[in-house]
Design a protein around this ligand. Structure first.
Ligand code: ATP
Length: 212
């Protein structure tokens, strides 16, 4: 099945399916109907069936879904069956928080963390020693790094991303408050603008307040 046919709305929902199925697996549930899953996830059963039909269904009439199989298949679709190797660029508060977080259970290995500030270079964070950005090319190429988290100020993000594309990185997890536009077609960017997310929350709080 070609990935192109799958809408981005479905792809956006897949990590949530993956998380719920993982929980079911840990609770030794081996099969679940779309109705039961729908109650747990608070989405309609028909949405679940529609979403999973994109990948050939996985379900059987009268049986429901085999939890382990579905979990494994979604992992494959999300590329979690292969290890993703990640570097973090910018060892400020956010970069350090990411380096300290354990992403390994999800198949993401943090290979290195880089900065230009001599005060932070050499510091150990989450089992990694912060290296000078000059070392980045070598580390990326030698370790087959395929993803980069950008936790640098927005003024630095674009230049760093451009260099990383030259070193072979095609996936960016961008925390800098800038919309990265990179010329190469195959480059993918996932923007995580934390302040924007907080603003949306603020909007909803405000809306509630105005109702009271
Ligand atoms: P955060 O935004 O993560 O809370 P911060 O407030 O400590 O971090 P920022 O100014 O946002 O600091 O910078 C984040 C990190 O990026 C800092 O450690 C800074 O030294 C680093 N940095 C800035 N410019 C570059 C660059 N060109 N290359 C690599 N690292 C850089």
């Amino acid at each position: 099945m070609s990935e192109k046919e799958i809408s981005s709305a479905v792809i956006k929902r897949l990590p949530r399916y993956y998380r719920y199925l993982g929980e079911l697996l840990r609770n030794n549930v081996d099969r679940i109907s779309s109705q039961e899953l729908s109650k747990k996830m608070n989405v309609t059963a028909s949405q679940i069936r529609q979403d999973l039909n994109n990948f050939g269904g996985f379900g059987q009439q009268g049986y429901g879904y085999n939890v382990e199989y579905l979990h494994t298949e979604i992992a494959k679709i999300l590329g979690l069956d292969q290890e993703n190797k990640l570097i973090i660029v910018g060892a400020g508060n956010l970069g350090q928080a990411l380096a300290n977080y354990d992403f390994s259970k999800k198949g993401f290995r943090i290979i290195g963390i880089f900065d230009i500030n001599e005060e932070v270079i050499g510091k150990e964070i989450g089992g990694l020693v912060v290296q000078h950005i000059d070392k980045m090319k070598e580390v990326v190429e030698e370790n087959g790094v395929n993803m980069a988290a950008l936790t640098v100020p927005k003024t630095a993000a674009k230049g760093i991303a451009k260099s990383l594309v030259e070193y072979g990185i095609r996936a960016f997890w961008n925390f800098a408050s800038i919309d990265l536009q990179l010329s190469k077609e195959e480059v993918v960017v996932e923007n995580v603008h934390l302040a924007e997310s907080l603003m949306r929350l603020s909007y909803n709080v405000n809306k509630q307040r105005n109702k009271e």
